[in-house]
Structures are given as C-alpha cells and as structure tokens.
Design a protein around this ligand. Sequence first.
Ligand SMILES: [Zn+2]
Length: 66
Amino acid sequence: MSLPKASLFMGGISLEKVTNHTCPRCGQSEMNVYYSDQTDVRVGAWCQYCNMKAYYHNEELVQINS
Ligand SMILES: [Zn+2]
C-alpha cells in the first residue's frame, strides 16, 4: 500500500509529506512526516491530533513543544 503524498513549499524548500505515521506522544496515526524532496531525508513531523511538532536530529525524532 502506498501512502498518500503531497508536496508543499516552505521558504522555497520543496518538502514531501507522508501522512498516517504513529505519533509518539498521543499514539494516534495522525502524524505527518516531512521529507526533503532533494535528499529523501526526514526533516520534521507534525501531529494533526495533538499538535505535536518535532524535527529529526540524526534520525531521532525531537519534540519541539512536548
Ligand atoms: Zn499526537
């Protein structure tokens, strides 16, 4: 099954969004993960359910507003 994807533009950087990841804070599958279009590196995540925001540091999810 392929995940739904959508591209968005933030500050001229093209990111790819992958939805339905499991949120580490609330456990709901409502977290969007954002990838860099250029490198396929994960750059950030946002949970639509609990509004958790995070970025990736060395492949580790770091919550910004925990
Ligand atoms: Zn959440």
